[in-house]
Design a protein around this ligand. Structure first.
Ligand code: SAH
Ligand code: SF4
Ligand code: F3S
Length: 441
């Protein structure tokens, strides 16, 4: 009889890819994916704890499974990811939800198969949270779900300790995979027909730091040199490590997309210092200038936080000014969320919630107006789109151009995974509408 799995993923791209690895393990154990959690034999929650709401979301959904588990006693519930790795949270989870069968840390993914087998052989919950510093696992077999895109981890962990951020505590110290393994994985994926490769790391620019391996720009160059038509993307770049060499490599290799995610976090020098970001707004603007010098059409996206402890109206204005100066094609905006164990959690002058709310509304409205302005410039142009999927509700195909803009269009036949030229007829906020055309502008 078929056995089914269901995975709920929270958080970043890294976690989305890790869920593909979890799916790989479950496939190996003979499980198949199912859409409704009610139908599954094993439910996995791959959690995130970057902000309090991410954490609450996971706790809420796990709580909702109590009734189902009471009805389906043999169903296995497993909780993994960053939340479980946080100090004391695994015990907390076990106490609140005693019906959860397996709790595993960010570093125990490689062991998941054994944990499931262990649970099947006993009644008691299996809890395994290893110290997340350390080794790099190779030879994983992710069950990829995002064709024509494929993610490849290049680094794990983070050494930056931005004062607001929990990631270094739940993902451990930064470590890099060997370039030969990464290049081999990219070659394999391209030979299997994947058309877009995204290299993942908390700070890709510091790839191989302190080892004898090649630098990040060189890694990009070597992957871009692999035969075949495909796109190459990477995220995330920490501005302090963004180099002129990297800008040149992007300019010289047509397969590397002209799109860079460069999280600014704030435009205020005092706040950037308190955040331990190790750059000023002036440094950030200089990096943008260098990038634009080599890649004038490069789309820039960013992350911004409002309401960091001590943020004054003036500091917030500096953030608005930075956004105005750069002109982001889109931005993720967040209200600061206090994370226990981080340096910022102990800071005085926490900003009142109402103040942060007003600020984020103002910031979102500025960012949206920039996004709309940039989208409008596409109208009448023809862009190359990698068709990713079909939107049933809209009855349209969709994909992105190299700058990362979502484009919707009609097609008679299924062209998922193909590159097509699309003439843009209209723009709607962050997305564009167009029609397939044979010629380029
Ligand atoms: N490594 C990446 C970011 C990973 S986390 C980088 O340094 O750019 C993604 C984003 O979440 C961060 O860029 C930041 O904007 C936001 N973030 C992280 N911790 C946060 C917190 N405590 N409160 C609000 N936003 C936070
Ligand atoms: Fe967090 Fe900073 Fe590391 Fe990004 S670079 S993961 S924001 S500590
Ligand atoms: Fe990602 Fe959330 Fe962990 S953003 S690294 S899943 S805390």
């Amino acid at each position: 009889m078929a056995k089914y799995y269901h995975i709920t993923t929270y958080g970043c791209q890294m976690n989305v890819h890790e869920s593909e690895k979890i799916a790989g393990v479950l496939t190996e154990l003979g499980y198949e994916a199912c859409e409704n959690i009610e139908d599954c034999d094993i439910a996995v929650f791959n959690t995130c704890c970057i902000r309090e709401n991410a954490e609450n979301h996971a706790f809420g959904n796990i709580g909702m499974l109590k009734k189902l588990k009471a009805k389906k006693r043999d169903m296995i519930i497993a909780v993994g990811g960053c939340l479980t790795q946080q100090m004391g949270k695994a015990e907390d989870l076990h106490g609140k939800f005693p019906y959860v069968d397996i709790i595993f840390g960010t570093h125990n993914l490689g062991n998941l198969k054994q944990l499931i087998l262990k649970k099947q052989a006993r009644k008691k919950a299996v809890i395994e949270i290893e110290d997340c510093d350390g080794k790099v696992t190779e030879g994983e077999k992710p069950f990829r779900t995002s064709y024509p895109n494929a993610w490849i981890n290049i680094t794990y962990g983070c050494n930056n300790f931005c004062s607001y951020c929990i990631v270094p505590y739940v993902r451990g110290r930064e470590r890099s995979r060997r370039s030969e393994n990464i290049i081999a994985e990219a070659k394999q994926l391209i030979s299997e027909g994947y058309k877009e490769i995204t290299l993942l790391g908390q700070n890709v620019n510091s790839f191989a730091n302190g080892t004898d391996d090649i630098s990040f720009p060189e890694l990009l160059r070597q992957i871009a040199n692999i035969d075949g038509k495909f796109r190459l993307r990477f995220m995330t770049s920490h501005p302090k490590d963004f180099s002129e060499e990297l800008a040149k490599i992007i300019a010289e290799n047509p397969k590397i997309c002209h799109a860079v995610h460069l999280p600014a976090q704030s435009g205020s020098d005092a706040i950037l210092k308190a955040m331990n970001r190790k750059y000023t707004s002036g440094d950030y603007l200089k990096k943008v200038e260098i990038l634009k010098k080599y890649v004038p059409d490069c789309a820039l996206t960013t992350d911004l936080i409002v309401g960091f402890p001590g943020e004054t109206d003036e500091d917030f204005k500096d953030t608005l000014n930075l956004v105005k100066k750069v002109g982001f094609s889109s931005a993720f905006t967040f209200v600061y969320s206090k994370r226990e164990g981080t340096v910022a959690a102990k800071m005085e002058n926490q900003v009142p919630e109402e103040v942060s709310k007003t600020r984020i509304m103002e910031l979102i409205s500025l960012v949206n107006s920039q996004t709309r302005e940039q989208s409008a410039k596409y109208v009448g142009k023809t862009v190359e789109v990698l068709c990713e999927d079909y939107d049933k509700k809209k009855n349209l195909y969709l994909g992105r151009d190299e700058h990362g803009r979502m484009v919707y269009f009609e097609s008679e036949k299924d062209i998922s995974g193909e590159f097509v030229n699309v003439r843009i007829n209209s723009a709607n906020g962050v997305s564009l509408m167009g029609e397939i055309t044979n010629g380029k502008e």
